[in-house]
Ligand binder design. Structure first.
Ligand code: AMP
Ligand code: MN
Ligand code: MN
Ligand code: MN
Length: 291
């Protein structure tokens, strides 16, 4: 199926399951997506595709399955920033890509040990073990550390943990060791996917640096940027849409849903302004991704 009239469809191309730091299983995510009337969903766990098989199984048990896109959110290094690149329409069975993701997860575990040590020195005990237990075999993320510290009563909300301990410049932050943007885009392309810069407004960088990032991403062959997120002002959205035009990139959109909350939900606020070159309208998507 090719999406002809995209504006009538509810599309959400970024969310997480228990395969990374989401709190719903792949089956629960699919049930929630159907409950929210979503037409096209991409599951994009951090550096893993482990949730996708179960998601497909759950989706195929519905009389009318939604269009489920195989995705992933890969962490990359650019200067001192952690940049997230979403790969959409990847072949999850591609051996080279799986080797790449295995390496990413090893780096996640090494980083998690270092984060645990730093937190221990700051008086927070058992954080590595606690985060690892919450991850339950899944790709370990800073989100697991934040949840552990909330569960232990250090903070009332995860945002507080990030602000005090886990962001750049704070005690529990460990300089990242991810692959470059160039390598990440190459790997996503080799696996047949399109590469999208996730949530460009969440990197805490000036507009000047954001332009530099997007420019470099484009020269590495990147395909698109997320322009529509669930909690976003109109000015920010307009700026991101203007970047698509200036840098000749396609637009994507996604809730980045992780867990049930009053603020973010699958498919919510996934507006599709008509002045935007949507990624599903790109020749690459229409050639390579069967939807
Ligand atoms: P990581 O990929 O391990 O570096 O962790 C990044 C993840 O932490 C994101 O995908 C979010 O799930 C979570 N995260 C980042 N910043 C915040 C924040 N300020 N509040 C809550 N969660 C956050
Ligand atoms: Mn996350
Ligand atoms: Mn992200
Ligand atoms: Mn995400």
């Amino acid at each position: 199926m090719v999406i002809m009239n995209e504006t009538s469809l509810i599309i959400d191309l970024h969310c997480h399951t228990t395969a990374s730091d989401g709190q719903l299983t792949p089956t629960e995510i699919i049930h929630r997506a159907h409950g929210n009337d979503i037409d096209v969903l991409a599951v994009t766990d951090h550096d893993t595709t482990a949730g996708l098989a179960e998601a497909h199984q759950a989706n195929n048990s519905f009389d009318k399955p939604l269009t489920l896109i195989d995705g992933v959110e890969v962490s990359a290094k650019w200067h001192s920033f952690d940049i997230h690149i979403v790969g959409l329409g990847i072949d999850r069975h591609n051996p080279g890509f799986q080797d790449f993701l295995t390496e990413q997860r090893l780096r996640r575990d090494t980083r998690a040990l270092a984060i645990g040590e730093k937190l221990e020195k700051a008086g927070i005990e058992g954080a590595y073990e606690g985060a690892k237990a919450l991850a339950n075999g899944a790709a370990i993320s800073r989100g697991h550390f934040a949840r552990y510290m909330v569960n232990q009563g250090y903070f009332t909300a995860m945002a507080g943990v990030f602000k005090k301990y886990l962001v750049k410049g704070k005690t529990g932050y460990v300089a990242n060791n991810w692959h470059s943007i160039e390598e990440t885009v190459k790997q996503i392309h080799n696996a047949g996917g399109v590469a999208i810069i996730a949530h460009p407004s969440r990197y805490n960088m000036s507009t000047k640096w954001l332009r530099k990032l997007i420019n470099e991403f484009k020269s590495c062959g990147g395909d698109g940027i997320e322009t529509v997120l669930s909690q976003q002002g109109v000015d920010e959205r307009a700026l991101l849409i203007s970047f698509c035009h200036v840098y000749d990139l396609y637009a994507s959109l996604g809730s980045d849903f992780h867990f049930d909350s009053p603020w973010v939900d699958l498919g919510r606020n996934m507006h599709q302004p008509s002045d935007c070159p949507w990624i599903w309208q790109s020749p690459k998507w229409q050639e390579k991704i069967a939807i």
